[in-house]
Each structure stands twice: as structure tokens, then as C-alpha cells.
Design a binder for this molecule. Sequence first.
Ligand code: DGY
Length: 320
Amino acid sequence: MAEHLVYITRQIPAEGIELLIEKGFKVVVHDPAQGPGRDEMHHWFSQASAVVTLLSDQIDRDLISHAPHLRIIANYAAGFNNIDLQAAADFGIRVSNTPDVLTAATADLTWALILGVAKRLVESDDYSRHGLFTGWAPQLLLGREVTGKTLGIVGAGRIGQAVGRRAAGFEMRILYTSRSPKKEFEQATAARQVSFETLISESDFISFHCALNQETRYLLNRDNFNMVKPGACIINTARGPVIEEKALADALKSGQLSGAGLDVYEHEPQIEARLLKLPNVILLPHIGSATTETRAEMSRIAARNIIEFFNTGRLLNPVL
Ligand code: DGY
């Protein structure tokens, strides 16, 4: 096999890099913690046969059209909204992602946020650390019940369904939206497919798991926020722009929402300034898939897609 150059835009777990080197690929990794600048991206895209990219790298037409040897973009993420797929298709470049492996990690984190917001964990921890805990009190830091409440899953794909299955222990009523009915999921959890409007108006916990695309950008926005059930909690471990962040901050501030748990942001990594000041929001730095096991497997999957492509012309996890 001719030596192919693989450019990796950030240091990822070694597992995938080692696989590529073992198979004879020449690998260049951008090492500094902050991402490569535009010039560096152009430099390596113009030489590489394959690239491993992160969800924070904008792979646009300009980069793609200046990559004469590029055959495959292996995105180190399940989501791929950072890649201009039309441009990739126009230049005959294949795209892969890393689905499945991060389902459990992201569903677990979603539950950490549901419980963390409902039980006011961060506020309570802060309270204790600041020496304010002077003894048990009947009305101290009252949270919300989760058991028996309604969970609304926006986008019942792999992760949404995994979140729903984890709700069984909390005896929750489950509503979901999806392009197609999920019969097995319904049988396993008694979940009911409903419209987005019904879901937001009836759910106590509204959890976003849809992909970001033109249909889902600002799915929850200033115009439909008034349909959200008063006192609901919003959880987002999908992509920030599915919610209009300023409208979310308003709803939290006014008390229309009782809380929110966010792992993703509209203008990531920037966070709406007002959210930073609100005590009823938990703000995480996009760590849905951040377990040692999952990130190592994501690294292997990105590498395996590249290896498979140059061996057989096929992808294991094709997006395009
Ligand atoms: C993804 O893979 O799309 C997650 O957002 C990060 O792991």
C-alpha cells in the first residue's frame, strides 16, 4: 500500500494513532491543546489522504476544495454538523463518524444532569463548601421529584432511547419525538410518540437528543417557549443551536423553567453570559462522551474507518 498521510487535528487517545502507524500510515498530529489555525489546516489538508477531525473543527468548502489528495474525513464524533457534506460529496470525499460507542456515556451524563438539576446538586455542594451548612433544616435546598414525572425525549435515536430505558427505574411516563415510530422502544418503555408541541407542553423534563440540521436549528425558540410546561427542566446533551440560548436564559430567569442542565451551547465554547450567573443551571464543558473507555474506542473507530477505506474502499461507519 502506498504511504498515505493522515492528519489528526488534535491529540486523541493513542489507540487509534497506534493502529494507523501499525498499518503503515504516516500520521501527523496537531499537538497543542488549542486547535490548529486556519493556515495549518490548509497546509495539512492540501497534503493529507485522510484527516481525523473534531466536532469543533469547521470543515468547510474552502478547506475541502483545497485538498487534492483527500479521500476520507473521519470525524471523531457521532455528530457531523461541523462538516460541509455537500462540499465533501462534490469533491468525492467520504465521511465517517463514531456512533454507538458513545451512546451509554452520553445517556449516563444526561441522567447525571437530570438528577443534578432536580436535586440541586451543584448548588448544594457549593453551599456546603462555603460553610453554610449549620444543620438539617426542613426547607433547605428543596429540589424536585423525578420519580413518576414525565420525561420528554426530543429525538429518540440511539442516545434518546438509551436515556428513555434508563428512566424505567424512575417509573416515568415517556414521550418522544422522532421521524419514525420506535416500536421496540415503545414496547420496552411504554413511551409514546407525540408532536414536539405536545412534548414540550406535557413534559417535566425535556431532554434534547436530535442531530443539528436545518430542521432542528432553534427547534425551541422565543416563539414557542411559552408552550413549555411551567416549571419544566431542560436538558441538552445534543447540540447547542437546537435551543435559542437567550430565550432559554430568559425562561430560567423568569422562573418559567425550574432549571436546566447543559453540556452544549449555541456558540460553543462561549456561554451566554446570563446563564453563568444563574444558580438553577448546571453548565458542563461538552463532556457527554468523555469516559476513558469511550474516547479510546472513538479513536480506534476513526482509525478503523480509514484503514478499511484504503483496504476495501468501504467505510465501517459511513456518513457519506
Ligand atoms: C458527539 O460525538 O457528537 C458528541 O457530541 C461528542 O462526543
